[in-house]
Design a protein around this ligand. Structure first.
Ligand SMILES: [Zn+2]
Length: 134
């Protein structure tokens, strides 16, 4: 367990239609990254990387459809009903989840530290974000 686990704030989120719902345990200050890779720039994805232990899928496992491309490491998961990718397995952190911050009902008191990741030049920049897990 993360040493700061007692300070974590529980919140929920999900896709647009409500079929996919999840619960998160976040620290009071979260790191979020925008990305300019081929798929993130189309979706405006806001990366909130969380450990598997801090993420629980509540509903919608049967509604998730997977899309893979390029290296195939990332498992892009979108709702088959509304098309929203609310979370997925990122290539940068295949042992964790990346949650789309826009799909999170963020409670008051959680501070967001924004940054950018140059995913278009992934190999040159992965070291900058490899250790970022909220
Ligand atoms: Zn949906």
């Amino acid at each position: 367990m993360n040493p700061s686990q007692k300070d974590r704030i529980e919140c929920e989120g999900g896709c647009h239609c409500g079929a996919v719902r999840f619960r998160l345990a976040l620290p009071p200050r979260i790191e979020v990254r925008r990305c300019n890779c081929s798929i993130c720039r189309m979706t405006g994805y806001q990366h909130l990387t969380v450990a598997q232990a801090d993420f629980e899928l509540l509903e919608g496992s049967d509604d998730l459809v997977e899309y893979r491309f390029n290296t195939g490491v990332a498992r892009h998961l979108f709702c088959r009903r509304c098309g929203i990718k609310s979370f997925y397995v990122p290539r940068s952190h295949p042992e964790a989840w990346s949650v789309h911050l826009a799909c999170v009902e963020l409670p008051d008191g959680v501070e967001v530290n924004w940054g950018d990741f140059d995913g278009a030049d992934w190999e040159a920049h992965i070291g900058e974000i490899r250790d970022i897990v909220n």
